[in-house]
Write a protein of this length. Structure first.
Length: 78
């Protein structure tokens, strides 16, 4: 040996701590992945709702223009 002595009680303690940290890291990664997935789903749903809202607004604009056109033709015909 070159003068380095490792305490035999230190090996199981370090192993236990390292194993626990590995489990905590894996669980943390899984929870982060699930949270990210939910966040992306939420953003996708929000975007779909926004696009539907924009489509409804365009339909209302078309209806408004039709009503204005009818009103102007009625005024001209009177």
């Amino acid at each position: 040996m070159n003068g380095t002595v490792i305490n035999p009680l230190l090996i199981p303690i370090v192993g236990t701590i390292a194993g626990t940290l590995m489990i905590v890291a894996i669980v943390g990664i899984v929870y982060w992945y699930k949270a990210r997935e939910k966040e992306l789903q939420f953003h996708q749903d929000l975007r779909v709702r926004e696009m539907e809202h924009q489509r409804k607004l365009k339909e209302l604009d078309v209806e408004l223009e039709k009503a204005k056109a009818r009103q102007s033709t009625e005024k001209v015909a009177s």
